[in-house]
Design a protein around this ligand. Structure first.
Ligand SMILES: *Cc1c(COP(=O)(O)O)cnc(C)c1O
Length: 354
């Protein structure tokens, strides 16, 4: 394939949008009219096509189903008040996608295919971006191995797709979090920093156990001592202690380098907070809670933006917060939402026109 990506377009004959109400639409359940699809065959990405959203026909011997070479991304598109479509920091997701691909021994997806393909697809289906606040069009690029052969080795063939899903507000309620001390999500040297499908399958058992105890999510801790916090479900985590925002650093390779995490760090810094990316132990969190300096705790991620944490359960100790009195996290969330919906200046160059 040449540098300028040649993407064939086959348009659907009728839009599914007719008769659909996008206001308050549930996350991840509905898909737009088109999808992008490309194949990696003979060492080259080819057959790039945007075509009507439809099921795939796959072999039962499909390598990805057996040995798990599968990665994904999550990005959002918005409309500004004039109705122009924009995508939030898509290049960061493109870079991270290929970091995940390398870790999973999968081929890199060329920038033109990922970026131009995504822009072309969103442009074509832009009427699927709900024009309401806290709504967006969720963009899900993903890749999986597609050899039809049972054998443990990297596949020769891969499929790359992008699908689009209109979404309303995601987690609205503040969360109760179980600080996990038995099960682990990621170890140093593992695949925790990759957005690899297996990371999520591997996390579901512990999350289900936490749910049985009445918690919404787990906060993962380090695998050796269960002492240092990692991240929370599909969110990075921030602790505001005094005038400092602390979030776990990425040095161990156990945590996803969130684009929302990066954006929130920038906005917090602009408000005069000191940002510290470093190991953070639950002892330190408990001490700050007890001496009254632990002000706010929240998760960050594309799906939910910012989710307030109203309770943390660690060992036999329950940390409870009066989230209604918080001002920082709700105000950062509002600012980020306003940036993404093009309602304020100072978008930091984060909004890419489609
Ligand atoms: C996607 C994800 C995040 C958040 O990353 P964003 O780029 O902010 O969406 C955090 N942790 C995990 C495990 C994730 O999969």
């Amino acid at each position: 394939m040449t540098a300028a990506m040649d993407i064939k377009v086959i348009k659907s004959s009728a839009s599914k949008l007719a008769g659909m109400d996008l206001n308050g639409i549930a996350f991840g359940k509905y898909f737009s009219d088109h999808m992008l699809e490309a194949d990696y065959i003979d060492g080259k990405w080819q057959h790039a096509v945007i075509r009507p959203y439809q099921p795939l026909s796959l072999s039962p011997a499909l390598a990805a189903l057996h040995y798990g070479q599968a990665i994904f991304e999550g990005i959002k598109a918005y409309k500004d008040p004039k109705g122009n479509p924009y995508i939030f920091r898509p290049h960061d997701n493109f870079v991270r996608f290929n970091v995940s691909a390398e870790r999973m021994q999968m081929p890199a997806v060329p920038e033109e295919l990922f970026m131009e393909g995504m822009a072309q697809l969103v442009r074509l289906d832009q009427q699927w971006i709900p024009p309401y606040t806290d709504h967006s069009l969720y963009i899900r690029p993903f890749m999986f191995s597609s050899d039809e052969l049972i054998g443990v080795r990297p596949s020769d063939n891969y499929k790359f797709l992008i699908i689009l899903s209109p979404t309303g507000p995601y987690y609205s309620a503040p969360m109760k979090i179980w600080v996990e001390e038995k099960y682990v999500r990621a170890v140093s040297g593992g695949v925790g920093y990759a957005k690899a499908a297996g990371n999520y399958g591997g996390a579901m058992y512990a999350t289900a156990q936490a749910r049985k105890r009445g918690y919404d999510q787990v906060l993962w801790t380090d695998p050796i001592e269960h002492k240092y916090v990692q991240e929370c479900g599909t969110m990075n985590v921030f602790f505001i202690i005094g005038n400092t925002a602390i979030t776990p650093d990425l040095n161990e390779g156990t945590i996803l380098a969130g684009v929302t995490r990066q954006s929130v760090m920038t906005l917090l810094q602009e408000r005069g907070l000191t940002i510290e990316e470093r190991p953070l132990s639950m002892e330190e969190v408990m001490a700050a809670y007890k001496n009254g300096t632990l002000k706010e705790v929240f998760g960050t991620g594309t799906a939910a933006t910012i989710s307030l944490i109203k309770e943390l359960c660690y060992k036999d100790f329950v940390l409870q917060f009066d989230v209604d009195s918080w001002t920082l996290a709700p105000s950062i969330k509002e600012q980020l939402t306003a940036i993404r919906e093009g309602r304020i200046n100072g978008s930091h160059g984060w909004m890419q026109p489609v």
